[in-house]
Design a protein around this ligand. Sequence first.
Ligand SMILES: [Zn+2]
Length: 206
Amino acid sequence: MQTSAPLLGEPLPVELMNTVWADRDGLHDALGATATTQAWLRAIAPRADLLTEEDLDALTAADTSHLAERLSRLRAALRRLAAQATGDPRTAASSPVRELDTAVTELNRTAAAVPRWPELVWEAGRAPSRLTRASGQATAAAVSALAQEAVDLFAGPDRLRLRACLAPGCVLYFAKHHSRREWCSTNCGNRARAARHYQRHRASRT
Ligand SMILES: [Zn+2]
């Protein structure tokens, strides 16, 4: 199974925000069920600390549904914080979390839930490397790691690069790393240009 989430190569906290996406049929949730949550975790695993194929294979249905719950609570908090950072005017994109401090508390609680620490691995004759250890289940720790990455994102300069995509009907966020990037995707850019063209055309006729 493949994730329905539009993975845009954004920082992982932004990819998590974008597991809520929209098309002509309305809003979709790429984490809505156990299987879809597994599919999303597998899709981001190569970019995430602590997410290995083996650990994902070992998850029970109960584990996965617990993870889905934590991820969706974290996502609601992140979307509230992103709305704050971007001055997001899109009502369709609004988070179920209303208060800013509720979102902050949720993010911090998730970041602290499963402690992680780096470990040095160095055997004679081999190159040293860094490993992340966790006090709980690795996959659960990965959710905490994702929350910690979000703390860094919102507390650091990347917050100022965060944008809400204002193409018609889009509910996604992206990090603007190129001055010319205005939309989350070329698809949204094309739709926004078409909408602008249509409006100009209609205005000139009336
Ligand atoms: Zn978009």
